[in-house]
Design a binder for this molecule. Structure first.
Ligand code: NOJ
Length: 530
């Protein structure tokens, strides 16, 4: 397992909206450089930057026109290199976004692939062999190219699928994954990764990582084979490079494909929604972190634990506060509920990711779509730095901003939050500092569930000599525990009070604590909660 990930805390930056250093209304790479000290002070020591490549931006940059060029609106290739260098000077690693499954329809490869005459790129994308032969089970486009045939899409209409082959081709136009044309696609993508690693990035967040081979088997063995081929070659030359997949299946991504980390996203079937935003229970939100106490941690654990058990020796599950595709937690949770959610995220095993602005509780805004964002646009608004013009994001006229800044009178900003000891910012900062200071709270140390009962509180889990007690509900509960639990961090009214030979653990409403076992007895004991 990659050593530096053990103590990594990532900060995700959507470059359009982070900081506009040149006053043109959109964020840029120099802007990120100028804010590195802020990120360091918060305690994050790694970045994930959303795509900064040349693009027509029909999907906010996930439609890449040139993988080897920084988009003019973000700066130059040299700015990219400087960003890596400046981050490294501060002990911050940088993962950039790799989009291997598709390009923009404006990519030169696709233009060549669309031509009627056969050329080097004809099979770089997935095409059928006749305009009225569709691609069953997949979205496809016909009638736009000079070439006879239809081409497959990987996501939006602007994103034709790159051709990594089919596990078991059944049509004459389908190629096997080891066909020379598919090997060429694979090689081209490895070459893109090498290009940026040589420039100094520290690895990649891999977009739709599971989408390479079409008609794969249920274990995605074809797609896994491709990463098993590419990654070791890169590690040979860049032994510290790290890779996090947007796969949402840690067993496949980590054990199958060899990724270091896999995101645990808000897809149905992995329990995340039952924690933060419950799309599943009809008619009401029964999220675990809501104070109304209708949540149930076992809904999460039932799905998380088998995945954790299968991958804890080989890689990391990454819990996120939110990302550019997900509504911010402020949409449905209050400040205290969010503090408890963050306490959980930053004390769980694996490698946590904090989305820009989540440290100050930026709001999810109701906005019209921008660059293919649709409902996601509301989580992509400019970072709120201070109370000045455009909340410190840009010197441009408000009308020229990439997206409007939050104009609510109570919109939080970083400068004020840093001054206020009660702000969410300080909770985040303290939790990250606690994690850095204690090896047992970092990525590796085993997480043992001590108490988790259906529709009951609190949730208690142990990592090394630390016991975490989490009660998002409004109820108070008490219990007798062995003496010797010292509170090292707490939110709300929660105490272990010495009474005779034992302690009484009092867990107040909406509270959380990290206790350290200070005696042998306490170290050996699991809290016996009845
Ligand atoms: C996942 C990315 O996170 C999302 O923003 C994008 O639209 C799709 N993949 C397509 O690349």
């Amino acid at each position: 397992m990659m050593k530096w990930l053990q103590d990594a805390v990532f900060y995700e930056i959507y470059p359009q909206s982070f900081y506009d250093a040149n006053g043109d209304g959109i964020g840029d790479l120099i802007g990120i450089i100028e804010k590195l000290d802020y990120i360091k002070e918060l305690g994050c020591n790694a970045l994930w930057i959303n795509p900064f490549y040349d693009s027509p931006f029909k999907d906010a940059g996930y439609d890449v026109r040139d993988y080897k060029k920084v988009a003019a609106r973000y700066g130059t290739d040299e700015d990219g290199v400087r960003l890596f260098e400046e981050a490294h000077k501060r002990g911050i690693k940088v993962l950039i976004d790799l989009v291997p499954g598709h390009t923009s329809e404006e990519h030169e490869w696709f233009k060549a692939s669309s031509k009627a005459e056969k050329n080097e790129y004809s099979d770089r994308y997935i095409w059928s062999d006749f305009i009225f032969n569709g691609i069953e089970g997949h979205p496809y486009i016909g009638g736009e190219a000079e070439r006879d045939g239809v081409y497959m899409l990987n996501f939006f209409k602007c994103q034709p699928a790159l051709n990594y082959g089919w596990l078991k081709p059944t049509e004459p136009w389908q190629k096997g994954i080891d066909d020379p044309a598919c090997l060429a696609t694979r090689k081209a993508m490895a070459d893109v990764m090498r290009f940026w690693l040589e420039k100094g990035c520290d690895g990649f967040r891999v977009d739709m990582a599971d989408s390479l081979v079409k008609e794969d088997d249920e274990n995605k063995s074809g797609t896994c084979q491709i990463y098993r081929d590419i990654l070791p070659g890169l590690w040979h030359d860049f032994p510290h490079a790290a890779f996090v997949s947007e796969w949402n299946n840690p067993d496949q991504a980590i054990n199958g494909a060899g990724f270091d980390m896999d995101f645990y996203l808000n897809h149905p079937g992995n329990g995340v929604n039952s924690l933060f935003r419950d799309y599943i229970t009809e008619g009401e939100d029964r999220s675990f972190f809501r104070a109304d106490g209708h949540g149930d941690i076992t809904r999460f654990l039932e799905e998380y634990q088998p995945r954790y058990n299968k991958t804890m020796m080989s890689g990391y599950i990454s819990l996120i506060t939110c990302n550019h595709d997900t509504p911010r937690l402020t949409k449905t949770l209050t400040k205290r509920e969010i503090e408890l959610a963050y306490a959980f995220i930053f004390t769980m095993p694996g490698v946590p990711f904090l989305y820009y602005g989540d440290e100050i509780g930026m709001k999810y805004l109701d906005l019209p779509t921008k660059e293919g964002g649709y409902f996601r646009t509301g989580s992509r608004t400019p970072m709120q730095w201070n109370s000045g013009k455009n909340l410190g994001f840009s010197e441009a006229d408000a009308a020229d901003l990439y997206l409007p800044v939050d104009d609510a009178p109570d919109a939080p900003n970083a400068a004020d939050a840093m001054k206020d000891p009660d702000s969410l910012y300080h909770t985040v900062k303290d939790l990250i500092a606690l994690r850095h200071a204690n090896k047992d709270l970092q990525a590796n140390t085993y997480c043992e569930v001590i108490y988790a009962e259906k529709e009951k509180f609190p949730f208690i889990y142990k990592r090394g000599s630390f016991i975490m007690v989490l009660n998002p509900s409004k109820e108070t509960m008490t219990n007798i525990i062995p003496a010797g639990f010292a509170k090292v961090y707490g939110i709300g009214d929660i105490e272990a009070l010495p009474v005779d030979e034992s302690d009484v653990l009092k867990v107040g409403p909406q509270s959380f604590a990290v206790f350290k076992a200070t005696t042998e007895k306490a170290r050996e004991a699991a809290i016996a909660w009845k």
